[in-house]
Design a protein around this ligand. Structure first.
Ligand code: G3P
Length: 503
């Protein structure tokens, strides 16, 4: 096949702290990519926000950078047959349908400004899990409905647009698809993170809408994760269809080939998210996990469900050590530092900057470093930071065991932190199961590209996607004794108690 006959699929990966655009060939290999890093705004303690326009600009810049590289390799952007979108989930945008402009900054998923509101909503509902059997989620600061309600109560521009009937809400996928194609849609995976979708009917739930005070007309149409949502109306990718859309954690499920019940992956990004495929039926957690839609690969395809354990802080703790504390200059130093010590030296760091998510769900928990002695070094602190996400992953795995009744033997991992062999060894030591890291780590973007490629006919079947998503792997196994593990876990449990006691 000549160069000009080759076909490609693109993926926009809009994350919490960066945006990327990647182009994949039909074998699922990356041909070109470009990343734009950015900072969120922390206007007050607990507030995390970002201008939706800046998010959109970062997408344009990422697309331009990647397309330049792609062109310099001798390819034409007309060879890109479809684009998939994958995005930070729950982050909420409000915009005006008349002007197409945002009405306020996007409230990012880990923002906890709604803490008081959440307490009053729980009082009103009678329990934080009142709607869990409908939407799969507890009432917390994490999900979009609470952010929408806060905007309706606190942002005059949002109130005015409601009066005029021009208010539109959306998660980041909706905002991007709206600005790129003009169509107002979302997919089942992103909708399943709002607290407003009935996860059995895939429709907005009247009961949830009424409780949170959001109107059906203010929400996008819910579609599957693999179908054409519209063609890009401008720029370097003009006329290319957007054909795939998944929340980033669900996209990683597809990119990691977690297609069957019992398969699970853990993605270590800004936060860390473990998803366990439960097949055709939702399992409602009794142990602090979320019930979510894993993917629906086509309008007629059977939707698949997952149990999810979410950890609010993973890579963001490393960013904090770099930007606010000055312990390191670059994230890669973490591994070297952690390697200067044999163990954590009794130091534990509960990174509860935004409270503790699964399985604790305590928005009043706060970060704490305990067990310090004069013996402690920078290396111990680095190691305690890396261990923190691994202990939290263990707590989630325990909850998954209980909820699913299945013994997980193998965890697929991806995301920035998995580049560190030390961290993955620590993870295997703490979990005591096989931790499997693929050679191809861009699994989130790959998942979105696979969905888009399926929708536009670059690939024909889920079976073909499975083959492409298979990758060479490195496996990590525990190297420590059961006695050592028990001692480490005891220390962690005590540290978590301190973090929970803080309030
Ligand atoms: O639920 C939030 C999640 O989607 C954010 O992912 O990779 O940006 O930390 P990430």
């Amino acid at each position: 096949m000549s160069k000009s006959e080759e076909t490609f699929v693109g993926a926009i990966d809009q994350g919490t702290s960066s945006t990327r655009f990647l182009i994949f060939n039909v074998k699922g290999q990356i041909v070109a990519s470009h990343q734009v890093e950015y900072e969120n705004h922390y206007a007050k303690a607990g507030w995390v926000e970002k201008s939706p326009i800046e998010i959109l600009e970062s997408v344009d810049t990422a697309i331009a950078g990647t397309c330049r590289r792609f062109n310099s390799l001798g390819y034409d952007t007309a060879q890109i047959k479809g684009v998939g979108i994958t995005n930070q989930r729950e982050t909420t945008v409000a915009f005006d349908s008349e002007t197409g402009e945002p009405l306020t900054n996007a409230i990012i998923w880990n923002d906890v400004r709604t803490k008081e509101l959440v307490h009053s909503l729980i009082d009103e509902a009678g329990s934080s899990t009142r709607f869990a059997s409908i939407c799969g989620l507890p009432i917390t600061t994490y999900f979009s409905a609470v952010k929408m309600r806060w905007m309706l109560e606190n942002v005059p521009e949002v109130k005015a647009a409601r009066e005029k009937g021009t208010l539109r809400f959306g998660t980041i996928d909706t905002w991007l698809i709206y600005k790129l194609t003009g169509n107002y849609v979302t997919d089942v995976t992103n909708a399943s993170r709002t607290m407003l979708m009935d996860i059995k009917t895939f429709k907005w739930s009247e009961e949830c809408l009424e409780f949170f005070g959001v109107r059906d007309s203010e929400l996008p149409e819910i579609r599957s994760s693999a179908e054409v949502y519209g063609n890009i109306n401008d720029g370097r990718l003009k006329d290319v269809p957007i054909g795939g859309c998944l929340g980033d954690q669900q996209a990683a499920m597809v990119g990691q080939s977690c297609f069957d019940p019992g398969e699970a992956k853990n993605t270590y990004g800004t936060g860390c998210f473990m998803l366990f495929n439960t097949g055709d039926k939702p399992i409602f957690s009794k142990n602090g996990l979320l019930t979510t839609v894993a993917f629906q690969l086509g309008p007629k395809a059977q939707p698949k469900y997952a149990l999810e354990g979410s950890i609010a802080v993973a890579g963001s703790a490393i960013q904090w050590l770099r930007d606010k504390i000055g312990l390191i200059v670059s994230p890669a130093e973490m591994g070297f530092l952690a390697d200067t010590v044999e163990d954590n030296g009794g130091v534990y760091f509960v990174t509860a900057f935004s409270g503790l998510f699964a399985p604790y769900w305590r928005d009043d928990a706060r970060g704490c470093i305990v067990g310090l002695t004069q013996y402690a070094t920078r290396g111990h602190l680095a190691r305690a930071t890396l261990e923190s996400v691994c202990y939290q992953s263990r707590a989630i795995l325990e909850a998954m065991r209980k909820d699913s009744g299945t013994e997980l033997r193998r965890l697929r991992v991806d995301g920035g932190l998995t580049n560190s062999d030390q961290t993955m060894q620590i993870q295997a030591d703490i979990l005591d199961i096989e931790v499997v890291r693929p050679e191809m780590r861009e699994t989130t973007a790959l998942g979105a590209a696979l969905a888009a490629g399926l929708a536009v006919g670059v690939w024909q079947s889920e079976g073909e996607l499975r083959q492409i998503a298979q990758s060479n792997v490195t496996a990590f196994w525990s190297h420590i004794t059961e006695e050592k593990r028990t001692e480490m876990l005891k220390g962690w449990d005590k540290a978590v108690e301190r973090s929970l006691d803080w309030a």
